[in-house]
Ligand binder design. Sequence first.
Ligand SMILES: O=C(O)CCC(=O)C(=O)O
Ligand SMILES: [Fe+2]
Length: 316
Amino acid sequence: MGCPAPPKLPTINFSAEDLKPGSSSWLSTAKQVRSALEEYSSFVVQYDQISPELQNSIFGQAADLFEVPLENKVKNVGERPYHGYVGPHPGIPLYESLCIDNVTSPQATLKFQNLMWPAGKKNFSEITDSFGQLLADLERTVGQMIFDSFGVGNEYETVACCNSHLLRFTKYKVPEDTNTALRFPMHTDSNLTTIVVQHDVGGLEVKTKEGDWINIESVPSHFLFMAADGLQVWSNDRIKACQHRVKHRENRTRYSLGLFTFNNGVIQVPKELVNDEHPLLYNPCDSRGYTRFHASAESKKAASRIKAYCGIEVEN
Ligand SMILES: O=C(O)CCC(=O)C(=O)O
Ligand SMILES: [Fe+2]
């Protein structure tokens, strides 16, 4: 008797040119999206619009980016916590990241480029613009499908119009003790949804409801789409925020890219998602307030930060 096969995440293909809202392929893809998110809080997207060449180019730029002097990196300051440069610290000693907020705005990428490379940098803003636009298009398609799949597609724009996209470049150095090291401990993201792009070196893992860890292979044009705390609120817990971590794999520096979709307004559970079986679990959630709370020392004591911030106690 062999061991049971390790669990695997569904892969959903978003490469088709004719994926038009309302078409039969749209509706069947939306159904797959909802069931993957309900079961795994995440899924793998296949998205050939981001070609292996574009992926190589952006990761080439990422490697150059981490070579800029620290005095330039620290100029990457965000409006909210973790929206700018983060250097190594005791919990994550080998970690470093830089962010471009509003990456879909060409002015934002150019401003970032000028801060990092005041003397100029060939191709950075052009490559980052096209990569950021394509990933944000993918995120909007999946977002619309999530709303459609719950029968509230006409409410998508009122939420999406307050969304913005943050692109995070992350570098993980090789630990000295490579047997036990985690590169990034388990967490859920505090935003709405996240897309992670790995390259060369994998290591990203997501936790199943049963408590098993699924390793996400690094495959060109295949990315991980995850629900974060904001989607858990919006869906009234029908979709849980994805618990994930990065394990050390291969003795090489690891780079990753994340497109973090943030809502800048108030997230409310649609009335259609509340009924006797699913009583209302969240008060309206001020997304900016939650990002600040999430970064506070006080929030770290909570079993669930999102529930501590805007959860409603339900009596059984
Ligand atoms: O590097 C990765 O693969 C994931 C990083 C991550 O989870 C995060 O920045 O929130
Ligand atoms: Fe994360």
